[in-house]
Design a protein around this ligand. Sequence first.
Ligand code: ADP
Length: 617
Amino acid sequence: MKQFKTQSKRILDLMINSIYTHKEIFLRELISNCSDALDKLCYKSLTDGSGLDRSSLEIKIAVNNAARTLTISDNGIGMTQEELDKNLGTIAQSGSFEFKNSNEKKEDLDIIGQFGVGFYSAFMVAQKVVVVSKAYGADTANMWVSDGVNGYEIKPAEKATNGTEVVLFLKNNTEDEDYDKFLNEYQIKTLIKKYSDYIRFPIKMLCTKYLPSEEGEETKTEQVEETLNSMVPIWKKNKNEITDENYNTFYRDTFYDTEEPVARIHTSVEGAVDYKALLFIPSKAPYNYYSKTYEKGLKLYTNGVLITERSEELLPDYFSFVRGVVDSELRLNISRETIQNNRQLSLIEKNIEKKIKNELENLLKNDREKYQKFFKEFGMNLKYGVYSDWGQNKEILQDLLIFDTVKEDSMVSLKEYVDKMPADQKYIYYANGLNKDRIKALPQSEKVVEQGYDIICCTENVDEFALKAIGKYSDKEFKSISEQDNGIENKDEETVQEDTKEITDFIKEALGDKVVAVIASKRLKTHFVCLTSKGELSIEMEKVLNALPNADNIKAEKVLEINVDHPAFEKVKNAYANDKDKLKQMALVMFASAGLIEGLLPDNPTELSDAIFSLIE
Ligand code: ADP
C-alpha cells in the first residue's frame, strides 16, 4: 500500500471536510474532471492530427443499487500508470496544470481543474474509490484503489477503450447524512441540472421510463439512456434565438420566482475582461429580502461549470435584488468555490453595476408604471445604498430615486422635481410623515405650498437620511419644511410685538428643556401650533435614532411655533393676564399636540391628560 504524497493525513482530512461546504458537489468535481479529460483529448487530436469524432465524446453516470456504487466515466484522455500515481497519489498535484504549461498554444485550452484537489471530494461521500483508466493510445489499463485515508494501490486492470472510470463505493448512511440519495435517479438528475447543465459534452445515464399500461395492469418500465445536461446555456445563445417565454421560463425555473421579472439584461462583454451575463430584476422582493437571511449574489460559471451559486463579489449591496448568471473564463483557486483573481471579478462587478444602472434608468424613463412597481419593492434598498458607506455611492444612485410629492399625482425623480421648481425657489423642500395625506395636512406645509413650491414626501425612515447624504442636487440644497429657518422670506414680515414676546417667553419657561425656543410663527396659517427644529438633527431623525437598540435618547432642538393670529391665541393672552397656572397647563397641551402632529408621543401622557381635563370648563 502506498501512502499519499502529502504532508500528513490531516491535510487530506482538512481537504475533504473543509474546502467544500456541500457534499453533493463531489459530482460536479468528478464531472468537471471528465470534461477536462475530454477537452484534453480534443486538444491532443488537434495537435497530433489524428482526426477525432468529437461527437463520440461523452460522460456517463451509472448506478448500482445492490453494490451501492455510483460510477462516473468518460472516454477522454485517460491516465497511464505513472499519471494515476502522480495525479491521484499526490494531493494538490494537478495534471491539468502541467498539461497546460507543457503546451505552446496554452491559451487555446480551457481547463477548469488546475489545482489538484477536486478529485478528493469523492471521499466526502465514498468510503472507497476505484479508478480504472486507460490512457489514449496505450495498450494497457490500470486500476487505482483507495479508502481515502490509509493510502492507495495501483494494479493492472482490463479496460477496452481509452478514458477513465471512477467508481464510488458510498459511505454507510448515518443519522445526519443519507448517502443513498446519491444513487437516486431523480437526485442525480437534479444535481446535474444544478451544477453541470452546461458542460459542453453530453452527460448520459440509463433512466427509468414508464411505458403506457392498461388499467389494472402492472406498471411497466424500461431503461433508456438519457442526456441529462442541456449543454448550451441560454446566455450563450444568440439573443434573436431566444423568446421572451424562453427567458421567463429560465428565470422562473432557476430563481424560483412565480412572477415575471420587470427587466432583464442579456449581455456579452469583451475587453479588459470577457464575460457573458444574463441578469433579471425581479418584480417582487422575496419575503426575506429586508432581513439578514437574504443572500445576494449571482451564479458564477466558468467554462460551463457552476462555480458559485451566489457570488457576492459580483453585486454591490445596493443592487442586491438582481438575480442572474455570469459566465466568464476565470482562473480558479484551490476549490472551485473560491475565485483566485478578484481583480477580474471586480472588473466584472463594475461593468455589471453600470449595466444595471442603465437598465433601471431606461425603465424609469420609458415605463414609469413598471418602475414604480419595482421601486415599491426595492426602492428602500436604493435609498439605503445612497446613505450607507458615507454616501460614496450617491452619484450612482440618486437619479434612480423617486418620491411622492404633495403636488404631483405620480412619483417624481429629483431631476423632475428640480426641473419644475419656480425660478424663485431656492431649496428642494421635503417633509417627514406617515404618508402623503398626513404630510399634506402638516401645518408647516401650508405656506410652502402657497408659494407654489412642491414638497417631497419622506415616508420611510431612511428617506431623510438619504436626502441628507445627497446633500445637494443640481446645486440646490434639501430643506425640511420643519426646519426653523425654512428659507422662505415673509414679505409682510412685521416685528413681533413686545407683549407677544413676553407671552412666548413665559411659555418657554413653562416648558423648560422640552424646547429650545417658543416663537410667534411666520409659517402658520390656519393651524395654531407646530414644532420645528434647529440644527442638524430633525425631529424625524430623533425618532428614527431613538428607535434603534442602545439609543442614547437623542433629542432634536425643538422650537414651538405659535400662530398668534389664530383665535386660540386670544385665550392664551387671557390666561397670561389672569391665570398663569392655567397658561402653564395650556403650554403643555400646545407642546404635546404639536408633537403629535410630528408623530411624537408625549414623554408624560398622564401629565398631559391631567392638563387637558384641568382646561375643560
Ligand atoms: P484538478 O482537476 O483540480 O486538477 P483533481 O484532484 O480533480 O484536481 O484531479 C487531479 C488530476 O487527476 C487532474 O488534474 C487530472 O490530471 C487527473 N484526473 C482526474 N480525473 C481525471 C479523468 N477523469 N481523466 C483523466 N485525468 C483525470
